[in-house]
Design a protein around this ligand. Structure first.
Ligand SMILES: NC(=O)c1ccc[n+]([C@@H]2O[C@H](COP(=O)([O-])OP(=O)(O)OC[C@H]3O[C@@H](n4cnc5c(N)ncnc54)[C@H](O)[C@@H]3O)[C@@H](O)[C@H]2O)c1
Length: 365
């Protein structure tokens, strides 16, 4: 029996990495899970997470069993052979989910009107007993993200928002979740050893050591649909804010906007799911003598976020069990790039430990 029944919106590469990892750990119970927090979080283990519903728009994913959809193109994660699943991927409204550069690759269905889909989606969520929706919608899907936040509000399902449209960190949306006593954790998932966390930690280091940071950039390239989609600059506004604020929040004094540049930079198809990140930092120490940090990070983008999502899902389940509603501040601060309240990573970790123990102060309480 699944202890945590999840649904996913966006059966893309991130989900495929999470799903394959969940099966990998089920097949190897002797292995310690390489995740962020505890093997056992308030009684919940990684193997307690099960995906009982899934939603997408791609012609080659909708109507297919979840294991097949997770491996369908343009997904590229191919770590293990997935076992058969009885979960059939349901249709989600396309809205603004599919950008100009990925339209041909994704090939979306545009069949049913949104209003009709809405009723079907709500019934499906109820029938499957879905209690947490994990959103992996593409960058720039403002309307689709809001549609799914609304679906959670109308069905009483918790929301884990892994993408950079602001829901948990938007006071109006947060209030709606709080008033309905539904937990929301967001926004924009961090990586285990990702560009944001490395950049944040180094930035905090300069501050803790009393140095000045005068200029910094973070450039990222990758070869999957996430990067292909981000070629459309107009879809990037909230992603840039999310990534930039995550670093700015670690500084004692904000840097001028023209001294900090953070953003995805290009799509290099042969990189597939490898993400290359270049971080540059320049500042001054004692007697204004300069220092420079020039760093290159080379990671599998999809292995990077899955362990964090496992913790976010378990935190959402703990919140449901305890009847908490609204943004779960500590989990959002530790696990997400753009939470309602930024903290340093050690502070956020300590706050999340308190939350797991049942001691968190909540927004509005
Ligand atoms: N480490 C990471 O990879 C990481 C970190 C932080 C945030 N994110 C974010 O997670 C999200 C997912 O990334 P990905 O690499 O899996 O992307 P992806 O392009 O591989 O997958 C997106 C999926 O969403 C589907 N989709 C598009 N419109 C939809 C709609 N309206 N309704 C339902 N499904 C829809 C697509 O068909 C596709 O299956 C992105 O927003 C990305 O920026 C990823």
């Amino acid at each position: 029996m699944a202890k945590i029944k999840c649904g996913v919106v966006g059966v893309g590469n991130c989900f495929s990495g999470l799903y394959q990892g969940l099966q990998y750990y089920k097949e190897h119970p002797e292995k310690e899970v390489i995740g962020l927090m505890h093997q056992d979080m308030a009684g919940y283990k990684t193997r307690d997470i099960e995906f009982v519903s899934a939603f997408d728009v791609a012609k080659n994913k909708v109507g297919r069993p979840l294991n097949e959809a997770a491996m369908a193109k343009p997904n590229m994660v191919d770590w293990i052979k997935l076992e058969d699943s009885s979960v059939i991927v349901q249709e989600s409204p396309v809205l603004d989910g599919v950008g100009r550069y990925v339209e041909e690759t994704i090939n979306p269905i545009r069949n049913e009107p949104t209003e009709e889909l809405k009723e079907k989606i709500k019934s499906h969520i109820k029938e499957t007993g879905t209690e947490i929706i994990v959103s992996y919608l593409p960058v720039g899907s403002q309307k689709a993200a809001e549609f799914w936040a609304q679906m959670c509000l109308e069905t009483g399902v918790a929301f884990v928002n892994c993408m950079p449209v602001f829901i948990a960190s938007n006071p109006e949306w947060e209030k709606k979740f709080r008033e309905k006593k539904i937990p929301v954790i967001g926004d924009d998932i961090k990586g285990q050893i990702g560009a944001t966390i490395v950049h944040r930690v180094l930035t905090k280091l300069t501050q803790d050591r009393g140095a000045e940071l005068d200029k910094t950039y973070q450039l990222n390239v990758g070869g999957n649909t996430d990067f292909q989609n981000m070629l459309e600059r107009s879809r990037l506004e909230s992603k840039k804010i999310s990534k930039t604020e995550s670093v700015q929040s670690q500084l004692k004094n904000r840097m001028d906007d023209d001294m900090i540049h953070i953003g995805p930079s290009d799509h290099v198809p042969f990189l597939h799911n490898t993400k290359i990140c270049f971080i540059y930092m320049e500042g001054r120490q004692w007697a204004d003598v300069p220092y420079k940090i020039d760093l290159k990070l080379d990671v599998d983008d999809k292995a990077n976020s899955a362990g964090i999502v496992v913790d976010a899902v378990r935190a959402a389940k703990i919140a449901l069990d305890r009847g908490y509603g609204g943004a779960i501040e500590s989990a959002s601060a530790y696990l997400m790039k753009h939470p309602p309240m930024q903290m340093s990573d050690p502070e956020a970790k300590a706050a999340l430990e308190y939350f797991i123990m049942g001691k968190e102060q909540k927004i509005g309480k």
